[in-house]
Design a protein around this ligand. Structure first.
Ligand SMILES: Nc1ncnc2c1ncn2[C@@H]1O[C@H](COP(=O)(O)OP(=O)(O)OP(=O)(O)O)[C@@H](O)[C@H]1O
Length: 612
């Protein structure tokens, strides 16, 4: 069958095999999905050169089977499965042609995420959760049902993926001791299986795993296939035991197929074309050896002749390949149905619980924050324990206040800008799957951080304010100080979130943070007089938490303070400060809100970008 005739069969002829009634009972027996693709070409334009990554390949994955896609590095496996799972969207520089269909319906015409899920090569999961928690949160966001239904579904996935023993252990990462690579991979597979997709596409699920663990992962996928699911995996060099579990095999070289068919018949095929696998050799190792190309940009004559022979021979035999298509008991695809969206309140409740656990299970971060603030308060107390009311005292009071502002903005912005890039891949993955919006995500993050911010600020304020004997002319002075410090803390966190949202990794955020903080600090009203800012840079003070924070603290401190006779000019006047505390506190609040809006816009932008 030629590619064109294949296209025809995918779209129209197979309707005779499809069950027509999508009722729950018929779905049970007719829930199988045949994944087909036809003439798939994918190219990317870089500068003036267009690279062809997939060169018009056609194929299919039968329900109830595992299809393994093998090929050397750079042969196009990830690109193929990314397109099959609808992860790549055509853009100005990205061209995709051909069709991908499920049971004859183009995947572009349906909400494909209902039917198919993709497990990426990287394990993207919050390290501070347990598998049970991660699966429960995913279930609450992905499936409709009450508490009992969700618990049952989670338990089922835990059992199916043999996660029972580790279901309540932390997932972990480099810093938090947790699960092994294979266990983590099974959790990531579980996060996709939770919504019961009929197609599961996995990109290198065994990479980085030892042979025993890799075998276990594929064995579990085989069990899924036996439940009528359509399983597609890309894999580098499987062991002979793993290879024996594959039903069908596709071998790729340079964006072409050189074999497609029954995995167990591949040896015979290669034998027939003159490539005999030595008896003691594992067939996949042999295939990789004969298909190996040393330098893809400049192939030797021998390599290009071999490649041409393999692709030509495959093309000649392609018709036979499609005789293996299994169209029995296929599910009728409903182009009207949409994937479940939990709604704002469930989203925010899940995100709050998840973020709270993430904060509380990062004891290093919490301890570090406490230690940083307390150490600074104690150091300032030791150095300036007797501030006094003379001219020297006025200078020292200004100094300790500005120091507190710097310390609060710096520590909180640093903590957030460094933690944000770690969460970023998880957010982008969830955003891509439309599990929740940016606004509930940011709100949940800020709300869960608030209790710790209040406790830290209160602790610092008590130690700092009373030990240094700051203005206690009236009782409300301390509470105003605490309120302003809290706003400064929130501003720092908001700056950090913004820097983190723009930074792809921790390194970028640590470089950008201080670069932006320095000019904001210079316009903080302490290093230079508020009235002397040059007009072209005057605007900077309006986005500087240092400025509004310091001005508000200075007004609170020096208003009604009984100073010595050597203080000839009122401190506020010498600093060029006028105005009211509430005006500056309001400005701090506006900075927080402004940063939240900008962070939401940045995350929306990157979220949309990640979709393509
Ligand atoms: N968006 C892109 N822009 C530029 N080049 C790309 C893009 N996507 C893929 N490529 C290139 O296409 C080729 C195939 O990439 P792909 O990741 O699909 O290969 P692979 O077989 O999965 O490799 P590996 O086994 O190393 O993961 C590579 O040379 C890769 O650099």
């Amino acid at each position: 069958m030629s590619t064109n005739t294949h296209k025809k069969s995918a779209s129209s002829e197979n309707t005779g095999f499809i069950c027509n009634t999508p009722s729950s009972t018929s779905r049970k027996s007719c829930n199988r999905i045949l994944l087909e693709w036809s003439d798939l070409a994918y190219s990317v334009k870089q500068k003036k050169h267009r690279t062809k990554i997939l060169k018009g390949v056609s194929g299919f994955a039968n329900p109830g089977q595992i299809l393994a896609i093998m090929g050397s590095s750079g042969s196009g496996k990830t690109s193929l499965v990314s397109i099959l799972s609808n992860q790549i969207i055509p853009q100005r520089n990205i061209k995709i042609s051909g069709t991908v269909s499920i049971n004859g319906t183009d995947i572009k015409k349906v909400d494909y995420s209902i039917y198919s899920r993709y497990v990426m090569q990287q394990d993207i999961v919050l390290p501070t959760l347990t598998p049970r928690e991660a699966l429960t949160y995913a279930a609450r966001l992905k499936i409709k049902g009450n508490h009992d239904f969700i618990t049952e579904r989670v338990n089922q996935v835990i059992e199916d993926l043999k996660l029972t023993k580790i279901a309540d252990k932390l997932i972990g990462n480099e810093l938090i001791k947790g699960l092994s690579g294979g266990e983590k991979k099974r959790v990531c597979i579980g996060l996709e299986l939770i919504s019961e997709p009929q197609i599961l596409i996995l990109d290198e699920p065994t990479s980085g795993l030892d042979s025993f663990t890799a075998e276990l992962v594929i064995k579990l996928m085989k069990q899924q296939a036996q439940n009528d699911k359509t399983i597609v995996v890309t894999i580098h060099q499987p062991s002979s035991n793993i290879f024996a579990m594959f039903d069908r095999l596709i071998l790729m070289v340079e964006g072409n197929f050189v074999y497609q068919g029954c995995a167990s018949k591949s040896l015979e095929y290669f034998n027939d074309i003159g490539y005999n696998c030595p008896d003691m050799m594992n067939p996949p190792d042999y295939y990789m050896r004969v298909l190996f190309i040393r330098n893809r940009t400049s192939m030797t004559d021998d390599e290009s002749q071999r490649l041409e022979m393999f692709t030509d021979t495959y093309k000649k035999n392609e018709e036979i390949v499609f005789e293996e298509i299994n169209k029995n008991e296929l599910l009728e695809i409903d182009s009207e149905s949409n994937s479940f969206r939990a709604g704002f309140f469930i989203e925010i409740s899940v995100l709050l619980q998840r973020a709270w656990k993430n904060t509380m299970r990062n004891p290093m971060m919490v301890m570090l924050k406490f230690m940083q603030l307390l150490t600074m308060a104690i150091i300032l107390d030791l150095i300036f324990h007797d501030l006094g009311y003379n001219m020297k005292g006025v200078q020292n009071r200004q100094g300790v206040l500005f120091n507190s502002v710097i310390h609060f903005v710096m520590t909180s912005s640093q903590t957030n800008s460094m933690s944000f890039p770690i969460e970023r891949p998880i957010f982008l993955k969830d955003y891509k799957e439309a599990l929740y919006g940016v606004t509930p995500y940011i709100l949940a993050k800020m709300i869960t951080e608030l209790p710790l911010q209040i406790i830290c600020t209160l602790l610092y304020s008590v130690v700092f304010y009373f030990a240094l004997d700051l203005n206690l002319e009236s009782a409300d002075k301390f509470f105003i100080f605490f309120g302003i410090m809290l706003l400064i803390h929130l501003c720092g966190a908001a700056y950090g979130n913004l820097a983190g949202a723009f930074s792809k990794d921790v390194l970028a955020s640590t470089i950008w943070g201080p670069t932006i903080a320095a000019p904001l600090m210079m316009f903080g009203g302490f290093f230079s007089n508020g009235n002397s800012f040059s007009s072209s840079f005057y605007w900077i003070k309006y986005v500087s938490a240092y400025y509004f924070g310091f001005v508000a603290l200075a007004i609170n401190e020096f208003t009604d303070l009984d100073l010595g006779s050597d203080v000839m000019i009122p401190p506020l006047k010498s600093l060029g400060i006028n105005g009211e505390i509430w005006e500056n506190a309001g400005s701090l609040l506006l900075i927080v809100l402004g940063c939240i809006v900008l962070t939401i816009c940045a995350l929306k932008y990157y979220g949309e970008q990640s979709k393509s």
